[in-house]
Design a protein around this ligand. Structure first.
Ligand code: AMP
Ligand code: ZN
Length: 135
């Protein structure tokens, strides 16, 4: 897509610190890293969000995510894999991507997760809605 910064990175129209590339995926360092080695993995073909990726690109993407994770697991004490979809979920760049964030004890990275309670009725209803949508 013409105005997409990650498409431009994939086409090498703008520079990035590439750590891995294959036919359909690219991995490069995040320009504003949460920790040293924070890597982004993208499909070369544009898709805005995870659910819009075609199966072939999705498979290639997750294989690259694991490849990078294997390397990062050797230089960290652990790592987070994050994937944001749409602005409400924190997506800033609208080209699907995974973050792989190396972690170490005491690194000060915190992901805020509230712990709301839901009624039995609400829980049953959401199970039914999701199941129906999967049919
Ligand atoms: P998200 O909030 O999941 O959309 O994350 C987008 C990420 O892309 C952010 O962590 C940015 O720091 C990163 N980013 C934006 N522009 C670039 C760029 N030109 N090169 C590398 N990373 C970038
Ligand atoms: Zn794009």
């Amino acid at each position: 897509m013409a105005d997409c910064i990650f498409c431009k990175i994939a086409k090498r129209e703008i520079p990035s610190d590439v750590v891995y590339e294959d036919e359909s995926t690219l991995a490069f360092l995040d320009i504003s890293p949460a920790s040293l080695g924070h890597t982004l993995v993208i499909p070369k073909a544009h898709a805005e969000t995870l659910e819009k990726l075609n199966e072939k690109d999705l498979k290639s993407l997750i294989i690259t995510v694991q490849k990078i994770s294997k390397a990062i697991s050797k230089i960290s004490e652990g790592y987070n894999v994050l994937q944001n979809n749409k602005e409400v979920a924190g997506q800033i760049v609208h080209h699907a991507h995974f973050h792989i964030i190396p972690r170490k004890h005491g690194d000060g990275i915190h992901f805020n997760r509230p712990n709301p309670k839901f009624s039995e009725k609400e829980t049953r209803q959401i199970i039914e809605r999701i199941k129906t949508l999967l049919k």
